[in-house]
Design a protein around this ligand. Sequence first.
Ligand code: 0O2
Length: 220
Amino acid sequence: MTEQNLPVKFPNDPTSLKALDNFRTLMLNYRSAVQVVETKIHYLDQEYQIQHGHTLVDSLQSRIKSPESILEKAQRKHLDFNFESLPEQMHDIAGIRIIVRFEDDILAMERRLEKQPDIKVLKRKDYVAKPKPNGYRSLHLILAVPVYLSAGVQAVTVEVQIRTIAMNFWASLEHELSYKKNVRHQDELRRELIAKAELVHQLDQDMNGIKNQIRAEENQ
Ligand code: 0O2
C-alpha cells in the first residue's frame, strides 16, 4: 500500500511520513507473524500425518485486517484508539483460521501449537465448549509470536481460530447475514441459523463418533 492510496488517516498524525512508515512496519510485522505461524502449522500437520497416518488440517485461511476494518472495529468497540496503542488494543489484526475435519482435531491442533516453545498463548476463548447465543462455535487463541527484525525480536499477536468444516460452513453464512443491511426477515433468519447451529453440532458429534469407531477398529 502506498501513502497515496492509504485509505484512512490515523488520528494522531495523519499526514506525517513517519506515521506512514510506522504503519507499514506494523503491517509487515503482522504479515511476518502470519507466515511464522502458517509454517509451524504446516510442519505440525505433516508431523501428525507421519505419526497418525492422516492430517489434522483440512485448510488454512489467513488475512491481515484492512485499515478500514481496523477503524470500523475500533469504533464499534469504543476503543480509545491511537496508532501507538493499536497492537495492545486489537489482537486480531493478523488472523489465521485453521479448518479441521473433526471436533477432536481442534484440541489436538491447539495442544501442538501451545507446546511450541517460542509461541505464547495470551488468551483463549472456547466457543466450542461454550457457544455464543447465536450458535457460533470455534476455538479462539491469541498467540504472541516472535518476529525477527533488524533491531531485534518483537512479539506480535496473531488470532488463531480453529473450527471444523461444518462450523466454518455455518459461520461463513452467519457472517454474511451480519454484514447485510437490507435483508428482510433478519430476525427470522437469525432464529433459523440458531437452529441450524444445533444441527451442525449434532453432525460434528456424530461424525466424530463414527471416526473414532473406524479408527478404533482399524487399530485392533
Ligand atoms: P472479521 O471480519 O472476521 O475479522 P475481544 O475484544 O477480542 O474479546 P472480539 O474481537 O469480538 O472481542 O473477539 P472474538 O469474540 O474472539 O471474535 C473475533 C472474531 O471471531 C471475529 O472477528 C469473527 O471473525 C469471529 N467471530 C466472533 N463471533 C462471531 C460470530 O458470532 N459469528 C461469526 N460468523 N464470526 C464470529 P471480527 O473482527 O468481528 O470480524
